[in-house]
Design a protein around this ligand. Structure first.
Ligand code: SAH
Length: 220
């Protein structure tokens, strides 16, 4: 794996594009400029990492479109030291961005093959502070709750109750909700007291589905 001046140039262009689309948070832009996004996809397609499109990774999953990652991270309003739970580790890029921005990052993946592969990559890139968990995101992580922020990177049909419970009071969750076959609404849910929540909606997005249960690796 190498990170050349060509990749760095492509990253600068991607940062400009995100700025033109309205992303102004400097720490998010710094993350896109510094994290070698092409390491998170198949090396044969490296330059695709810097186009503003979603892209296929292993196990029939996708690395989200850069703008979507940047926009959700903006909605999350990451503060240094925030304890953040991500549902849907996938390629690991979103988790790397959160850790880069100074969050204590926990991330759950339901597919064992991705969990293992992404764990190795994040280790290789020096992101050892990220806690990777193999599990069903519907359950969240009672062991590490409460979280200041929760970000769900798969499309849910409804907001999982257990995730609402695991949010700290004053905390917020970003989650795309709706019917998978259709576009999903990006929601920001703020926990205003132990039992009350406020909700805002931010446009339409496409996501791979939020699926129940853990998928183990097939024996070789
Ligand atoms: N955040 C990722 C994008 C992931 S795509 C990135 O930066 O690359 C969505 C991921 O959510 C897939 O890897 C999928 O396997 C996972 N997923 C779907 N349902 C899940 C669940 N219930 N629990 C945990 N992960 C889930």
């Amino acid at each position: 794996m190498q990170d050349s001046y060509i990749h760095k140039g492509l990253r600068k262009q991607l940062v400009k594009l995100l700025q033109n689309k309205g992303i102004t948070d400097q720490r998010i832009l710094d993350g896109f400029e510094r994290i070698p996004r092409h390491f998170f996809i198949d090396q044969a397609f490296a330059e695709w990492a810097y186009k503003d499109v979603p892209f296929k990774i292993d196990a029939d999953q996708t690395i989200s479109q850069p703008y979507t990652v940047a926009f959700m991270t903006h909605l999350l309003d990451v503060k240094i030291g925030d304890k953040i739970l991500e549902i849907g580790t996938g390629s690991g890029f979103q988790a790397a961005l959160l850790a880069f921005m100074g969050a204590k990052t926990y991330t759950i993946e339901r597919q064992e093959a991705l969990y293992i592969k992404t764990g190795k990559l994040l280790h290789k890139l020096g992101f050892d502070q990220i806690r990777l968990l193999l599990g069903d995101g519907f359950e969240g992580s009672p062991r590490f709750a409460p979280f200041d922020k929760i970000i769900v990177t798969a499309g849910a049909e409804s907001v999982p109750q257990k995730l609402l419970e695991q949010l700290a009071v004053g905390g917020r969750m970003i989650i795309p909700v709706g019917d998978h076959n259709d576009v999903l609404k990006m929601k920001r849910i703020t926990k205003t007291s132990p039992n009350s929540f406020s909700e805002e909606n931010f446009g339409n997005f496409k996501f791979v589905p939020f699926l129940p249960g853990v998928e183990r690796m097939k024996p070789q």
